[in-house]
Design a protein around this ligand. Sequence first.
Ligand SMILES: *[C@@H]1O[C@H](CO)[C@@H](O)[C@H](O)[C@H]1NC(C)=O
Ligand SMILES: *[C@@H]1O[C@H](CO)[C@@H](O)[C@H](O)[C@H]1NC(C)=O
Length: 183
Amino acid sequence: MHVSFIPLSLLAARALADGAAIVAAMTTISEATVALNSTVTSFPSNPLLDLLDVGPLLTDSLTLLNDINSATATAQKSANLTISEVVAVAEATLSLASTVESVLTNIVNSKPKFDKLVVVSPVILLNLKSEKSATDKFGAAVVAKVPTAFQTTAQNLLAPIDAAFNSAIATYEQFAIRGRARR
Ligand SMILES: *[C@@H]1O[C@H](CO)[C@@H](O)[C@H](O)[C@H]1NC(C)=O
Ligand SMILES: *[C@@H]1O[C@H](CO)[C@@H](O)[C@H](O)[C@H]1NC(C)=O
């Protein structure tokens, strides 16, 4: 009885965590990123109450962070990817990279709005750092499941996401200096 039970559970684990599950997790990340983008866009240009305006930003950022962490767990549980799964994940990565770049550009362009409330830009900086670190872990978890011959290509596909995060973080790190210079 146990002999037949074990292969079944292995089959189930494989069905739950494979290339398709990673692609699905990346779609979830993309949707959370787009939702955060809308919240950033609708942030008032004349904010009145810190908590009232910052709440939705925090909620969306936390959702995104959770989605990235879940995607990492999915990738870690996954079997090694087949070539066709690598192709599907690569396509999803290209698409996610363009979404992330667009949203980070919007976050950078929106900084003057956020700077009007003392707490907002430092909070966004912390969120960007957490999201970058979570994204790096996700990328490493996926690359570990890619055949060795494709690992460099996989890392190259992830590089623009990392570069976009670094550039957005550098912009938000200037907050304290500029804030002081304005006085
Ligand atoms: C993010 O928002 C900006 C400004 O509204 C918009 O131009 C851009 O297309 C949006 N990007 C995504 C991926 O939704
Ligand atoms: C999975 O792929 C990695 C990297 O290519 C390799 O080191 C590892 O041995 C593979 N594992 C299995 C079970 O094939």
